[in-house]
Design a protein around this ligand. Structure first.
Ligand SMILES: Nc1nc2c(ncn2[C@@H]2O[C@H](COP(=O)(O)OP(=O)(O)O)[C@@H](O)[C@H]2O)c(=O)[nH]1
Ligand SMILES: [Mg+2]
Length: 398
Protein backbone atom coordinates (compact mmCIF):
# COMPACT_ATOMS: atom_id res chain seq x y z
CA UNK A 1 0.00 0.00 0.00
CA UNK A 2 1.06 3.55 -0.62
CA UNK A 3 4.21 5.20 -1.83
CA UNK A 4 7.43 4.80 0.04
CA UNK A 5 9.22 7.99 0.88
CA UNK A 6 12.35 8.35 -1.17
CA UNK A 7 13.39 11.56 0.51
CA UNK A 8 16.83 11.86 1.93
CA UNK A 9 16.95 14.24 4.89
CA UNK A 10 20.08 15.87 6.19
CA UNK A 11 20.08 17.65 9.55
CA UNK A 12 22.36 20.54 10.44
CA UNK A 13 23.55 20.50 14.05
CA UNK A 14 26.07 22.62 15.89
CA UNK A 15 26.54 25.07 18.72
CA UNK A 16 24.76 28.45 18.63
CA UNK A 17 25.99 31.08 16.13
CA UNK A 18 28.10 28.66 14.12
CA UNK A 19 26.18 29.51 10.94
CA UNK A 20 23.53 26.76 10.73
CA UNK A 21 20.78 29.10 9.59
CA UNK A 22 23.11 30.83 7.13
CA UNK A 23 24.09 27.44 5.71
CA UNK A 24 20.43 26.40 5.60
CA UNK A 25 19.57 29.52 3.56
CA UNK A 26 22.54 29.06 1.26
CA UNK A 27 21.72 25.39 0.64
CA UNK A 28 18.02 25.96 0.10
CA UNK A 29 18.40 28.91 -2.24
CA UNK A 30 20.58 27.18 -4.85
CA UNK A 31 17.55 26.48 -7.03
CA UNK A 32 16.52 30.11 -6.80
CA UNK A 33 19.89 31.06 -8.33
CA UNK A 34 19.82 28.82 -11.32
CA UNK A 35 16.33 29.37 -12.51
CA UNK A 36 12.96 30.72 -11.69
CA UNK A 37 12.51 28.42 -8.75
CA UNK A 38 11.35 29.74 -5.43
CA UNK A 39 13.28 29.27 -2.23
CA UNK A 40 11.52 26.19 -0.95
CA UNK A 41 10.82 25.61 2.70
CA UNK A 42 8.47 22.90 3.85
CA UNK A 43 8.41 24.16 7.44
CA UNK A 44 10.34 27.16 8.80
CA UNK A 45 13.32 24.93 9.55
CA UNK A 46 12.85 22.34 6.80
CA UNK A 47 13.89 23.20 3.25
CA UNK A 48 14.90 21.65 -0.04
CA UNK A 49 18.31 21.58 -1.64
CA UNK A 50 19.62 19.50 -4.54
CA UNK A 51 22.37 17.13 -5.42
CA UNK A 52 23.67 17.30 -8.95
CA UNK A 53 24.42 14.21 -11.08
CA UNK A 54 24.95 13.50 -14.78
CA UNK A 55 21.47 12.89 -16.20
CA UNK A 56 21.15 9.73 -18.33
CA UNK A 57 18.79 11.55 -20.68
CA UNK A 58 21.84 12.68 -22.66
CA UNK A 59 22.35 9.03 -23.67
CA UNK A 60 18.99 8.74 -25.40
CA UNK A 61 19.11 12.33 -26.59
CA UNK A 62 15.62 13.22 -25.39
CA UNK A 63 15.04 15.92 -22.79
CA UNK A 64 13.80 14.52 -19.47
CA UNK A 65 10.69 15.56 -17.54
CA UNK A 66 11.56 15.39 -13.84
CA UNK A 67 8.56 15.07 -11.54
CA UNK A 68 10.65 16.54 -8.72
CA UNK A 69 13.74 18.68 -9.04
CA UNK A 70 14.97 19.75 -12.46
CA UNK A 71 17.54 19.18 -15.16
CA UNK A 72 19.85 21.89 -16.45
CA UNK A 73 22.47 21.38 -19.16
CA UNK A 74 22.59 17.64 -18.62
CA UNK A 75 22.84 17.96 -14.83
CA UNK A 76 19.99 16.39 -12.96
CA UNK A 77 19.16 18.21 -9.74
CA UNK A 78 17.56 15.80 -7.28
CA UNK A 79 15.84 17.17 -4.19
CA UNK A 80 17.21 16.53 -0.71
CA UNK A 81 15.54 17.71 2.47
CA UNK A 82 17.59 19.96 4.75
CA UNK A 83 16.66 20.44 8.41
CA UNK A 84 18.02 23.39 10.40
CA UNK A 85 18.15 21.93 13.90
CA UNK A 86 18.48 24.94 16.18
CA UNK A 87 19.98 25.52 19.56
CA UNK A 88 22.35 22.78 20.56
CA UNK A 89 24.18 23.93 23.70
CA UNK A 90 26.19 22.19 26.38
CA UNK A 91 23.81 20.23 28.57
CA UNK A 92 21.10 20.06 25.88
CA UNK A 93 20.80 16.30 26.37
CA UNK A 94 19.99 16.97 30.05
CA UNK A 95 17.22 19.35 29.01
CA UNK A 96 19.18 22.61 28.97
CA UNK A 97 18.08 25.30 26.52
CA UNK A 98 15.42 23.95 24.24
CA UNK A 99 16.09 20.58 25.81
CA UNK A 100 15.26 17.37 24.08
CA UNK A 101 12.70 19.03 21.85
CA UNK A 102 15.12 20.10 19.13
CA UNK A 103 16.99 16.84 19.26
CA UNK A 104 13.77 15.17 18.14
CA UNK A 105 14.52 16.69 14.72
CA UNK A 106 17.43 14.31 14.53
CA UNK A 107 14.98 11.44 14.25
CA UNK A 108 13.92 12.79 10.89
CA UNK A 109 17.48 13.04 9.57
CA UNK A 110 19.16 10.27 7.57
CA UNK A 111 22.52 11.94 8.04
CA UNK A 112 23.83 14.77 10.15
CA UNK A 113 26.12 17.59 9.21
CA UNK A 114 27.95 18.53 12.38
CA UNK A 115 28.80 22.13 11.64
CA UNK A 116 31.62 23.63 13.69
CA UNK A 117 33.45 26.93 13.65
CA UNK A 118 36.64 26.27 11.69
CA UNK A 119 37.99 29.68 12.65
CA UNK A 120 37.61 28.97 16.38
CA UNK A 121 36.16 32.44 16.91
CA UNK A 122 32.97 31.58 18.80
CA UNK A 123 32.98 29.80 22.14
CA UNK A 124 30.87 26.73 22.87
CA UNK A 125 27.94 28.91 23.93
CA UNK A 126 28.13 30.97 20.73
CA UNK A 127 29.85 34.10 22.06
CA UNK A 128 32.42 35.86 19.87
CA UNK A 129 36.04 35.38 20.87
CA UNK A 130 39.31 35.92 18.99
CA UNK A 131 40.11 33.76 15.96
CA UNK A 132 41.67 30.39 16.96
CA UNK A 133 40.52 30.63 20.59
CA UNK A 134 38.53 27.42 20.40
CA UNK A 135 39.90 24.09 19.22
CA UNK A 136 37.62 22.70 16.48
CA UNK A 137 38.22 19.13 17.63
CA UNK A 138 37.05 20.01 21.14
CA UNK A 139 33.96 21.67 19.73
CA UNK A 140 33.17 18.63 17.60
CA UNK A 141 33.49 16.29 20.57
CA UNK A 142 31.21 18.51 22.69
CA UNK A 143 28.47 18.44 20.06
CA UNK A 144 28.92 14.73 19.39
CA UNK A 145 28.86 14.11 23.16
CA UNK A 146 25.48 15.83 23.48
CA UNK A 147 24.05 13.80 20.63
CA UNK A 148 25.32 10.52 22.07
CA UNK A 149 24.04 11.45 25.53
CA UNK A 150 20.61 12.16 24.06
CA UNK A 151 20.49 8.74 22.42
CA UNK A 152 21.76 7.15 25.62
CA UNK A 153 19.01 8.81 27.66
CA UNK A 154 16.43 7.54 25.18
CA UNK A 155 17.61 3.97 25.65
CA UNK A 156 18.16 4.20 29.42
CA UNK A 157 14.67 5.57 30.03
CA UNK A 158 12.76 2.68 31.63
CA UNK A 159 15.52 0.20 30.80
CA UNK A 160 15.21 -1.91 33.98
CA UNK A 161 11.53 -2.67 33.53
CA UNK A 162 12.01 -3.16 29.81
CA UNK A 163 14.94 -5.56 30.13
CA UNK A 164 13.29 -7.77 32.77
CA UNK A 165 10.13 -8.14 30.75
CA UNK A 166 11.98 -8.56 27.44
CA UNK A 167 14.07 -11.46 28.79
CA UNK A 168 10.93 -13.16 30.16
CA UNK A 169 8.96 -12.79 26.92
CA UNK A 170 11.70 -14.33 24.83
CA UNK A 171 10.60 -12.63 21.61
CA UNK A 172 13.06 -12.12 18.74
CA UNK A 173 16.07 -10.13 19.92
CA UNK A 174 16.10 -7.56 17.09
CA UNK A 175 12.38 -6.78 17.31
CA UNK A 176 12.59 -6.47 21.08
CA UNK A 177 15.50 -4.04 20.90
CA UNK A 178 13.63 -2.10 18.23
CA UNK A 179 10.83 -1.43 20.74
CA UNK A 180 13.38 0.35 22.91
CA UNK A 181 14.98 2.49 20.20
CA UNK A 182 12.11 3.19 17.79
CA UNK A 183 11.32 6.36 19.77
CA UNK A 184 14.71 7.64 18.61
CA UNK A 185 13.66 7.14 15.00
CA UNK A 186 15.37 3.81 14.29
CA UNK A 187 13.84 1.02 12.20
CA UNK A 188 14.43 -2.74 12.13
CA UNK A 189 17.19 -2.47 9.52
CA UNK A 190 19.00 0.07 11.71
CA UNK A 191 18.70 -2.20 14.74
CA UNK A 192 20.14 -5.12 12.78
CA UNK A 193 23.10 -2.95 11.78
CA UNK A 194 23.74 -2.11 15.44
CA UNK A 195 23.48 -5.75 16.45
CA UNK A 196 25.99 -6.84 13.84
CA UNK A 197 28.37 -4.00 14.75
CA UNK A 198 28.64 -5.06 18.42
CA UNK A 199 28.96 -8.18 20.51
CA UNK A 200 25.81 -7.60 22.52
CA UNK A 201 24.94 -9.74 25.58
CA UNK A 202 22.40 -12.52 24.95
CA UNK A 203 20.11 -11.20 27.74
CA UNK A 204 18.90 -7.61 28.00
CA UNK A 205 19.41 -7.67 31.78
CA UNK A 206 23.13 -8.12 31.13
CA UNK A 207 23.46 -4.83 29.21
CA UNK A 208 25.92 -2.63 31.11
CA UNK A 209 25.91 1.19 30.91
CA UNK A 210 28.99 0.83 28.73
CA UNK A 211 27.15 -1.37 26.23
CA UNK A 212 24.30 1.14 26.09
CA UNK A 213 26.81 3.94 25.56
CA UNK A 214 28.32 2.06 22.63
CA UNK A 215 24.88 1.49 21.12
CA UNK A 216 24.18 5.21 21.47
CA UNK A 217 27.45 6.03 19.72
CA UNK A 218 26.58 3.76 16.84
CA UNK A 219 23.45 5.86 16.16
CA UNK A 220 25.89 8.28 14.54
CA UNK A 221 28.12 5.80 12.79
CA UNK A 222 26.20 2.79 11.49
CA UNK A 223 22.69 4.33 11.53
CA UNK A 224 22.99 8.00 10.64
CA UNK A 225 26.22 9.03 9.08
CA UNK A 226 27.60 12.13 10.79
CA UNK A 227 30.05 14.31 8.91
CA UNK A 228 31.87 17.35 10.20
CA UNK A 229 31.85 20.56 8.18
CA UNK A 230 33.89 23.59 9.25
CA UNK A 231 32.14 26.90 8.62
CA UNK A 232 33.59 30.43 8.75
CA UNK A 233 36.68 29.14 6.94
CA UNK A 234 36.82 32.59 5.30
CA UNK A 235 38.24 33.90 8.60
CA UNK A 236 41.28 31.61 8.33
CA UNK A 237 44.47 32.05 6.35
CA UNK A 238 45.08 29.46 3.64
CA UNK A 239 47.92 27.86 5.63
CA UNK A 240 45.63 27.44 8.66
CA UNK A 241 42.96 25.83 6.49
CA UNK A 242 45.56 23.41 5.17
CA UNK A 243 46.74 22.59 8.68
CA UNK A 244 43.18 21.92 9.78
CA UNK A 245 42.69 19.56 6.84
CA UNK A 246 45.91 17.76 7.75
CA UNK A 247 44.62 17.26 11.30
CA UNK A 248 41.14 16.23 10.16
CA UNK A 249 41.44 14.80 6.64
CA UNK A 250 37.75 13.79 6.59
CA UNK A 251 36.38 17.25 7.25
CA UNK A 252 35.30 19.88 4.71
CA UNK A 253 35.77 23.62 4.99
CA UNK A 254 33.13 26.06 3.80
CA UNK A 255 31.88 29.61 4.15
CA UNK A 256 28.11 29.76 4.43
CA UNK A 257 28.33 33.55 4.50
CA UNK A 258 30.26 33.79 1.22
CA UNK A 259 27.93 31.29 -0.42
CA UNK A 260 24.96 33.38 0.62
CA UNK A 261 26.70 36.56 -0.59
CA UNK A 262 27.00 34.98 -4.05
CA UNK A 263 23.32 34.01 -3.96
CA UNK A 264 22.39 37.59 -3.14
CA UNK A 265 24.72 38.96 -5.83
CA UNK A 266 23.00 36.74 -8.37
CA UNK A 267 19.50 37.77 -7.35
CA UNK A 268 20.54 41.44 -7.41
CA UNK A 269 21.83 40.97 -10.96
CA UNK A 270 25.55 41.47 -10.24
CA UNK A 271 26.59 37.96 -11.20
CA UNK A 272 25.32 35.31 -13.59
CA UNK A 273 26.74 32.11 -12.09
CA UNK A 274 27.96 30.70 -8.79
CA UNK A 275 31.34 29.81 -10.26
CA UNK A 276 34.21 32.27 -10.39
CA UNK A 277 35.41 34.51 -11.95
CA UNK A 278 33.17 37.04 -10.25
CA UNK A 279 33.25 39.89 -12.73
CA UNK A 280 30.18 41.95 -11.90
CA UNK A 281 27.96 42.65 -14.91
CA UNK A 282 26.61 45.79 -13.26
CA UNK A 283 28.36 48.87 -11.88
CA UNK A 284 29.76 48.24 -8.39
CA UNK A 285 31.49 50.36 -5.78
CA UNK A 286 35.19 49.88 -5.10
CA UNK A 287 34.26 48.20 -1.81
CA UNK A 288 32.00 45.72 -3.58
CA UNK A 289 34.68 45.00 -6.17
CA UNK A 290 37.15 44.21 -3.39
CA UNK A 291 34.59 41.95 -1.72
CA UNK A 292 34.03 39.99 -4.96
CA UNK A 293 37.79 39.61 -5.34
CA UNK A 294 38.16 38.31 -1.81
CA UNK A 295 35.32 35.81 -2.23
CA UNK A 296 36.72 34.69 -5.57
CA UNK A 297 40.18 34.04 -4.09
CA UNK A 298 38.57 32.06 -1.27
CA UNK A 299 36.47 29.86 -3.55
CA UNK A 300 39.43 29.23 -5.86
CA UNK A 301 41.39 27.71 -2.98
CA UNK A 302 41.63 23.93 -3.10
CA UNK A 303 41.14 23.74 0.67
CA UNK A 304 37.57 25.01 0.29
CA UNK A 305 34.49 22.93 -0.57
CA UNK A 306 31.55 24.50 -2.44
CA UNK A 307 28.04 23.68 -1.31
CA UNK A 308 26.90 21.91 -4.49
CA UNK A 309 29.71 19.39 -4.31
CA UNK A 310 29.40 19.17 -0.51
CA UNK A 311 25.90 17.68 -0.59
CA UNK A 312 26.61 15.41 -3.54
CA UNK A 313 29.74 14.01 -1.92
CA UNK A 314 28.06 13.53 1.47
CA UNK A 315 25.30 11.52 -0.17
CA UNK A 316 27.47 9.54 -2.56
CA UNK A 317 30.64 9.03 -0.55
CA UNK A 318 29.72 9.33 3.12
CA UNK A 319 26.19 7.90 2.98
CA UNK A 320 27.15 5.42 0.26
CA UNK A 321 24.11 6.15 -1.87
CA UNK A 322 23.46 5.90 -5.61
CA UNK A 323 20.88 7.32 -7.99
CA UNK A 324 18.56 5.05 -9.97
CA UNK A 325 15.79 5.83 -12.42
CA UNK A 326 12.70 3.60 -12.49
CA UNK A 327 10.83 3.69 -15.83
CA UNK A 328 7.84 1.96 -17.36
CA UNK A 329 9.24 1.66 -20.89
CA UNK A 330 12.79 0.31 -21.02
CA UNK A 331 13.33 1.44 -24.61
CA UNK A 332 12.19 5.07 -24.38
CA UNK A 333 12.90 5.42 -20.64
CA UNK A 334 9.45 6.85 -20.06
CA UNK A 335 6.55 6.42 -17.68
CA UNK A 336 3.06 5.45 -18.92
CA UNK A 337 2.42 9.03 -20.04
CA UNK A 338 5.58 9.32 -22.11
CA UNK A 339 7.55 11.41 -19.62
CA UNK A 340 11.27 10.74 -20.03
CA UNK A 341 13.08 9.70 -16.81
CA UNK A 342 10.40 11.18 -14.56
CA UNK A 343 11.86 9.87 -11.29
CA UNK A 344 15.33 9.83 -9.79
CA UNK A 345 15.64 7.86 -6.57
CA UNK A 346 18.51 8.27 -4.17
CA UNK A 347 18.97 4.81 -2.63
CA UNK A 348 21.48 2.93 -0.50
CA UNK A 349 24.23 1.07 -2.32
CA UNK A 350 23.19 -2.60 -2.18
CA UNK A 351 19.57 -1.87 -3.12
CA UNK A 352 18.20 -4.72 -5.26
CA UNK A 353 15.71 -4.66 -8.13
CA UNK A 354 13.06 -6.00 -5.74
CA UNK A 355 13.86 -3.31 -3.12
CA UNK A 356 13.40 -0.68 -5.81
CA UNK A 357 10.07 -2.20 -6.86
CA UNK A 358 8.83 -1.88 -3.26
CA UNK A 359 10.07 1.72 -3.10
CA UNK A 360 8.13 2.65 -6.24
CA UNK A 361 4.98 0.94 -4.99
CA UNK A 362 4.24 -1.92 -2.61
CA UNK A 363 2.06 -3.57 -5.28
CA UNK A 364 4.95 -3.49 -7.72
CA UNK A 365 7.08 -5.26 -5.13
CA UNK A 366 4.45 -7.88 -4.29
CA UNK A 367 3.74 -8.66 -7.93
CA UNK A 368 7.40 -8.56 -9.01
CA UNK A 369 8.15 -10.84 -11.96
CA UNK A 370 11.45 -9.51 -13.29
CA UNK A 371 13.24 -6.28 -14.06
CA UNK A 372 14.93 -5.03 -17.21
CA UNK A 373 18.11 -2.96 -17.34
CA UNK A 374 17.21 -0.03 -19.58
CA UNK A 375 20.80 0.44 -20.72
CA UNK A 376 21.63 -3.14 -21.73
CA UNK A 377 17.99 -4.37 -22.16
CA UNK A 378 19.02 -7.46 -20.18
CA UNK A 379 16.57 -9.17 -17.86
CA UNK A 380 17.62 -8.97 -14.22
CA UNK A 381 16.30 -10.92 -11.25
CA UNK A 382 14.94 -9.66 -7.96
CA UNK A 383 18.27 -9.99 -6.11
CA UNK A 384 20.24 -8.07 -8.72
CA UNK A 385 22.10 -5.24 -6.98
CA UNK A 386 21.59 -1.90 -8.72
CA UNK A 387 24.41 0.39 -9.85
CA UNK A 388 24.68 4.15 -9.86
CA UNK A 389 22.81 5.65 -12.82
CA UNK A 390 20.79 2.51 -13.60
CA UNK A 391 17.57 2.93 -15.58
CA UNK A 392 15.27 0.10 -14.49
CA UNK A 393 11.95 -1.23 -15.78
CA UNK A 394 10.06 -3.41 -13.33
CA UNK A 395 7.74 -6.02 -14.74
CA UNK A 396 5.02 -6.88 -12.28
CA UNK A 397 1.73 -8.78 -12.15
CA UNK A 398 -0.12 -5.60 -11.25
N1 LIG B 1 32.63 35.09 8.69
C1 LIG B 1 31.58 34.29 8.62
N2 LIG B 1 30.49 34.52 9.37
C2 LIG B 1 29.44 33.68 9.27
C3 LIG B 1 29.47 32.57 8.40
N3 LIG B 1 28.29 31.91 8.51
C4 LIG B 1 27.55 32.60 9.40
N4 LIG B 1 28.23 33.67 9.86
C5 LIG B 1 27.74 34.67 10.83
O1 LIG B 1 27.57 34.05 12.09
C6 LIG B 1 26.44 34.58 12.77
C7 LIG B 1 25.49 33.46 13.18
O2 LIG B 1 24.95 32.84 12.03
P1 LIG B 1 23.64 31.94 12.09
O3 LIG B 1 23.48 31.34 10.75
O4 LIG B 1 22.49 32.71 12.60
O5 LIG B 1 24.08 30.84 13.17
P2 LIG B 1 23.21 29.71 13.90
O6 LIG B 1 22.91 30.21 15.27
O7 LIG B 1 24.10 28.52 13.94
O8 LIG B 1 21.96 29.46 13.08
C8 LIG B 1 25.80 35.58 11.80
O9 LIG B 1 26.24 36.87 12.14
C9 LIG B 1 26.37 35.18 10.46
O10 LIG B 1 26.44 36.26 9.57
C10 LIG B 1 30.64 32.34 7.63
O11 LIG B 1 30.76 31.39 6.83
N5 LIG B 1 31.66 33.24 7.78
MG1 LIG C 1 19.95 29.52 13.67
Amino acid sequence: MGMHSVHVSIGLVGKPNVGKSTLFSALCSTAADIGDYPFTTIKPNVGVSYISVECPHTIIGEPCNPRAGMCLNGKRLIPVEIIDIPGLIRGASRGKGMGNEFLENIKESDAIILIYDASGSTDLDGNSVGVASIDPEEEISMVRGELVAWAENKIMDGWDRFSKRADLMGEPYDRTLLKKVSSAGLNLADVRKIISAHHLPDKFEKFSPDVIHRIAESFYTVVKKMVSVGNRADLLEEKDRRNLLLRMPETRLISAEYELAITKAISAGFLKTRDPPYNPVKAVTEKQRMAFRKIEAFFRSSSVTRLDSLLTSIIKKDMDMIVVYPVYDENHWTDKDGNVLPDAYIVKKGTTALDLAYMVHTDLGKGFIRAIDGRTKRVIGQDHVLSDGDVIRIVSQT
